[in-house]
Design a protein around this ligand. Sequence first.
Ligand SMILES: NC(=O)c1ccc[n+]([C@@H]2O[C@H](COP(=O)([O-])OP(=O)(O)OC[C@H]3O[C@@H](n4cnc5c(N)ncnc54)[C@H](OP(=O)(O)O)[C@@H]3O)[C@@H](O)[C@H]2O)c1
Length: 370
Amino acid sequence: MDKKRPVVVYGANGFSGRLIAEFLREYNVPFIAAGRNRSKIEDVISHVPGIETADYEIAETDGSVDELTKLFTGAKVVCNTVGPFIYNGPRVIEAALRAGCHYLDIGGEQTWARQVAENWGAKFAAKGLLAAPGTAFMSAVSDAAARLCVDSAAIDTLETLTMFKGIPTFGSTQTIFAVIQTDGYYLEQNQYKPWPRATRYDVVVPGSIQTQLALAWGGFPHPVWFKDHPQIANVRSIGGLLDRQIMEGVAATEKLFEEQIRPLPKEEQERRLAEMANSVQGSTPPRENSREQRTIDVIVGRGTTDFVQCVIFGTCCYKQTGLIQAWAAHNLIHSAPKKVGFASAAQAFGHRELLKTVESHGLAKAKLHS
Ligand SMILES: NC(=O)c1ccc[n+]([C@@H]2O[C@H](COP(=O)([O-])OP(=O)(O)OC[C@H]3O[C@@H](n4cnc5c(N)ncnc54)[C@H](OP(=O)(O)O)[C@@H]3O)[C@@H](O)[C@H]2O)c1
């Protein structure tokens, strides 16, 4: 029997899954393209550029913990793209742990990051394995830039803003709506403090004359990644789409949720949010175009007398996500991560290394001012 391929991409036919496959091929990493529907995976993967030179196989799974454990056993790394992660993450991370695999996902949901940190981090660490949710454009890139700021100045306070222009996919739209029910937190003097619900933030984005509208969007993972950091005590992260009209719609939905949906039972809340997301995006958008789908991360660091700012101008948030996952998986195949248990991609593989990777692919460029 053939040796097991070292990486399993779960949700391989999704918009992000196919891009992970594309970059795994570039890194010459053999992989298993897995999901719940073989014919959908075959169709999508057959259209990945250059796929005829990749070493891969396709696997269909019912997605139960037992079936996923069987699928993952013998592999080294699981790349999970099946969101919303607050719904779908637990069964996949449990199977990864049982199978003895490193776990990566692309979820930017703070509630999920906290669950991984609090429920899974120590279990993965005990086995020498990494559990790294958020190994994706949002928020691995801004986290790496934040760590560059920490290196560069005597700061104790970070504010991050992450925004992208583009058409959210079906899965992203489901997730944007699903996180509305969750409470987001920021860090103040190393304590979690709740963001006020349904609140809008006008932001200034470098390179743009008009202000943009950002939201706390469930809080982002940074406060979890920086909890108990020896230097940083305060972290606030916000973000959104570089499209005021879409953001006005999301902000209005947050308000409507508070007024009409939060009083309903949890299952009904989830059903109503999914239904609203379906009505916004029911299909898969076209491949990204770097002249259209731009990204920006702004990180501001402040200390008693010191200040630093890092701005990352980038393109194609989904391509960045595909690249970061493949790069992380490639790293894990060849060497041990710098940190095991719960960690961000920058902690596990190096923040400068992460930034150099997106920069060398022409997907993002960091500018540091202090
Ligand atoms: N942090 C970031 O920067 C970032 C970037 C990209 C995406 N994301 C997140 O990643 C997730 C996926 O995004 P995407 O753009 O790849 O979405 P997508 O194109 O809709 O793909 C979702 C994938 O998940 C599968 N899936 C969905 N529900 C499933 C279930 N219950 N069981 C098994 N498979 C299931 C889908 O399979 P079927 O086709 O069979 O339904 C598909 O393969 C979302 O949560 C999104 O927010 C985050």
